[in-house]
Each structure stands twice: as C-alpha cells, then as structure tokens.
Write a protein that binds this ligand. Structure first.
Ligand SMILES: [Zn+2]
Length: 178
C-alpha cells in the first residue's frame, strides 16, 4: 500500500491509545523501559505504574456501566480514529465522513452518507476537534442527526488533561448526545 490515494493509515490504524486496555499495555512498556534505563528508581516507576493501573481499571469498570445505553448504537465518525474505542465501548461506526483516512469528503460521498444516515436512522455524527466541522454540520442539518466534537488526544482540548480525562470527556459527550 502507499499514500497515492491519500490514505494516511498505510501501515494500519495508528489510533490504538483510544482503547483504555491498550493504555495499560503502553504504560507497562514505558514503565519497564524506564526501570531498565534508570534502575536506581525502578521501584518508583513500578509504583507509579501500579497506581495508574489501579486507577484506570476502576475507571474502566465504571465507564463500561455508563456505556450500556451506547452499546450497539450506530454513529458516523469523521476520521477513522475510533475503531479501537468502538471495539472496547461497543459503539458501532457505520460510516466515515472522510471517504478514506486523510481525504476530505466530496459531494457524492456526502450524498451517499445522507442516504445512509436516513435509511439506517443513525442519530449521531462525531468529529475530532481539529477537522473542518462544515461537512459534518451539513450532514446533521440535512438528516436531523446530532453532531458532536471530541478530542482524541490528551491536551487536545482544555478539558482533557490526562489519559483518564480523554475517555471521561468523550463518554460524557456521547451520553449527552443521546
Ligand atoms: Zn488517523
């Protein structure tokens, strides 16, 4: 594969941190590497990791309960950044505003999405905050679906200061749009 058709995910989907289970794996690797590089402080790195794991696992259990009404619900997403989140949360991504990752929508693609949203009664369009909101707003206007903007990275939005905030804020926004 190459990027000739604009796909910005030629090596597979890179948005793996949007499943909190993967956050634990990432943190474990970082802690292990830090322990190797700085063995004098190994105990502290391990303690920090354990704290992160305990807190995140508690949150994950709470989030899973909150996510119950969203499980199996369809959304349209702007960019292909939420498949990992969908896998964990049970939300179903029925289509993307971008025809391919990194390619802005053309009128034909938007028309086919309008048909899809109407025929499948998809209630919600979700976009990351750094993409042009206009195509998503148009889709919402033409179909009656709601449109919300989310941050998919830490510090991507003033309300998202930690890894936990990332999910907390996203889940509350998704629930608020029901
Ligand atoms: Zn991407």
């Amino acid at each position: 594969m190459d990027r000739s058709e604009g796909d910005v995910h030629p090596l597979g989907n890179p948005h793996y941190w949007l499943d909190p289970r993967n956050g634990l794996v990432i943190a474990r690797h970082i802690a292990n590497r830090l322990k190797q590089l700085d063995p004098q402080n190994a105990e502290q790195y391990e303690k920090n990791y354990q704290q992160f794991e305990t807190k995140l696992k508690e949150k994950m259990a709470a989030w899973q309960k909150q996510l119950a009404p969203l499980r199996g619900k369809k959304i349209i997403a702007y960019h292909k950044s939420l498949p990992y989140f969908a896998d964990w949360s049970g939300i179903v991504i029925a289509g993307f505003v971008e025809p391919k990752p990194g390619i802005p929508p053309n009128p034909g693609h938007l028309l086919s999405l309008i048909d899809k949203i109407k025929s499948e009664k998809i209630p919600l369009i979700v976009s990351e905050n750094f993409y042009d909101p206009k195509p998503s707003e148009q889709l919402a206007e033409k179909t009656g679906a709601k449109f919300i903007v989310i941050s998919t990275s830490v510090n991507g939005d003033p309300s998202v200061k930690t890894y936990e905030d990332l999910f907390e804020v996203m889940i509350q926004k998704l629930l608020g749009a029901q």
